[in-house]
Write a protein that binds this ligand. Structure first.
Ligand SMILES: [Zn+2]
Length: 266
């Protein structure tokens, strides 16, 4: 992949002001080899200082780390700064091969690491990620927080990344007709405590297939009978809650439109 000179056009599709930082089209540690993921950061810059006081650092680097540090800057107002089109030093070492410097795009959003995120900035963050997913044909699941792909990092602070990715996915789906999987999801039943039907068996089977059923859950009755049971009992509620917690979805203990997609992995 060459220098990503389309990034300013991608940013403009977000619908917020865009600044092309002088020299961005040839800035980088060589060209960008590939784009398989997106990594979200916060700058840990000063608490004040305007919309994007970290611009010089992200562009030029800091002692011990040459710039550019990320392809994009995102100001407190939601204003996007296009800083580099080549490879940037934003995530090394990475625990994900799809989110290292050679395989991903970095976005450095202005925040000192404690401040609440302005709504306009967060909305632009989500929309920029969605436009990048669209441009590089990535699913929303490839959008990661720095802290998710580098265990020593805290950024971006306080953003629920599952909710963030759901919002990106909703934008990616927007404007297109619902896919057949979404149609099927709408027809799936709500299954909850007290129910006694075959859908409960499906829930049990899916949980087991996902490795979410400890031996202690079925040792009294045996695995075969446990899987055959059509009763949604309190033990199943707890297992569903555990699954929901692990998946980052609302822990309501019942299986409805929010939980079926994760359970069925579609
Ligand atoms: Zn970071």
């Amino acid at each position: 992949m060459p220098y990503l000179t389309q990034l300013a056009d991608v940013a403009r599709r977000v619908g917020v002001p865009v600044t092309e930082v002088a020299g961005w089209k040839t800035r980088g540690h060589g060209p960008q080899p590939e784009v398989q993921g997106i990594v979200c950061h916060h700058t840990a810059g000063p608490a004040g200082g305007g919309d994007y006081p970290s611009l010089a650092v992200v562009r030029d680097g800091r002692p011990g780390l040459d710039g550019p540090l990320s392809h994009f800057g995102l100001g407190r107002s939601g204003h996007i700064y296009v800083i580099a089109a080549g490879r940037c030093w934003h995530n090394a070492p990475s625990t994900s091969p799809r989110h290292d410097n050679s395989s991903s795009i970095g976005i450095e959003a202005e925040n000192d690491g404690r401040q609440p995120w302005p709504e306009a900035q967060k909305a632009a963050y989500i929309r920029l990620c969605a436009e990048l997913c669209r441009e590089f044909a990535l699913p929303a699941s490839r959008v990661k927080a720095h802290r998710e792909v580098n265990t020593s990092k805290p950024d971006p602070h306080s953003i629920d990344m599952n909710a963030f990715r759901r919002a990106v996915a909703a934008l990616l789906d927007g404007g297109t007709s619902p896919s057949w999987t979404e149609e099927i999801m709408k027809q799936l039943p709500m299954v909850r405590l007290g129910d006694d039907n075959y859908d409960v068996k499906t829930v049990r089977g899916c949980l087991f297939a996902r490795g979410r059923v400890p031996v202690s859950a079925y040792e009294q009755v045996g695995l075969e009978d446990w899987l055959k049971s059509t009763r949604y009992d309190s033990g199943l509620v707890e297992l569903v809650r555990g699954f929901q917690q692990a998946e980052g979805i609302e822990e309501d203990g019942f299986v409805g439109p929010g939980t079926w997609p994760s359970l069925l992995r579609v």
